[in-house]
Write a protein that binds this ligand. Structure first.
Ligand SMILES: C[S@@+](CC[C@H](N)C(=O)[O-])C[C@H]1O[C@@H](n2cnc3c(N)ncnc32)[C@H](O)[C@@H]1O
Length: 286
């Protein structure tokens, strides 16, 4: 495993992914009943944007920094973008640290909610456990559990949750050619165990044919879902990732509306040229 998320923390893909994550949690919290979050590809939880590690590839300059700048200067910033910025602020007031999914989740969860954070990288899981334990020291009121395990295995092991309410957040590194296949298999396994769960799967849109094939397979699952993706410039202009998205199975009520309201502005902020665009598709499928 070579992937280290620190190189990418706060980039355009993280911005869309974490904006959606924040909305998912907020919308699920419209009901008082607690729920379980399974963050199956957790990373280390928090990233120092000034560290040399991140400094070698400062992708956050074209990501979260653009959003912070825009929101500073524009009073028309969309509510979902403000929610995302506010959630990051819960982790640190300054703009030095960037919160990954475990810290956003930990900060936003209520005492009646709980979370499992799964990470396979031996060093990263220890860093994550230390980071979460520092956080728990501030507040013992939440059930936050870090485990060294395979994320896809955890989908089998942790579902269904006793609460019968749950968010499964899958954010793999996309380094292996079979990631889409693993994701579809995992979605099938997950839905078999927990058909009403909210499943949010992030994908790297590197190859149009493979992405299309994946989306077709998601559609064939016959569930209600949303597909949201954003491209920041034409694909052939540079080497590297310029487009990514998320599919959300059983999206909570209000997510489609929130993204409809936000995606145009988000794409304008993060887009680099005329090649920037977004997709938002909602399928009822029932
Ligand atoms: C894209 S990063 C996750 C970022 C994190 N979700 C966030 O939003 O801050 C992917 C993470 O998955 C970890 N990973 C890779 N393969 C894994 C597996 N099979 N199971 C669990 N974690 C894995 C990598 O070490 C890496 O930290």
């Amino acid at each position: 495993m070579n992937y280290r998320h620190s190189y990418h923390a706060g980039n355009f893909a993280d911005c869309l992914k974490h904006l959606v994550l924040v909305q998912l949690i907020k919308l699920m919290q419209k009901k008082d009943k607690g729920f379980m979050v399974l963050d199956a590809f957790s990373g280390t939880g928090i990233y120092d944007l000034h560290a040399e590690f991140a400094g070698r590839s400062p992708e956050y300059i074209d990501g979260i920094v653009k959003i912070w700048d825009y929101a500073d200067k524009n009073s028309n910033t969309k509510p979902a973008i403000i929610d995302y910025i506010e959630a990051l602020k819960l982790v640190n007031e300054s703009q030095r640290y960037y919160a990954g999914s475990p810290f956003l989740i930990s900060k936003l969860l209520r005492p009646q909610d709980r979370a499992f954070f799964i990470e396979l990288h031996k060093i990263d899981v220890q860093t994550l456990a230390d980071n979460i334990s520092d956080f728990k020291y501030e507040c013992e009121c939440k059930s936050l559990n870090v485990e060294h395990n395979d994320g896809y295995q955890s989908v089998k092991a942790k579902l269904p949750p006793v609460e019968k309410r749950g968010l499964i957040f899958i954010d793999p590194p996309f380094e292996k050619p079979d990631e889409f296949r693993n994701m579809i298999n995992s979605l099938k396994e997950g839905l078999k165990r927990f058909e009403t769960g909210v499943f949010a799967y992030w994908y790297a849109d590197k190859n149009a044919t493979e992405t299309k094939d994946f989306l077709k397979k998601v559609k064939n699952l016959g569930k209600k879902y949303l597909n949201v993706s954003m491209q920041i410039q034409n694909k052939n202009e540079i080497k590297g990732l310029v487009s990514s998205g998320l599919v959300i199975i059983n999206p909570p009520y209000g997510l489609n509306e929130a993204l409809k309201d936000t995606m145009g502005q988000l794409t304008t902020i993060l887009g680099k040229n005329h090649g920037a665009k977004y997709t938002l598709e909602a399928f009822e499928n029932i």
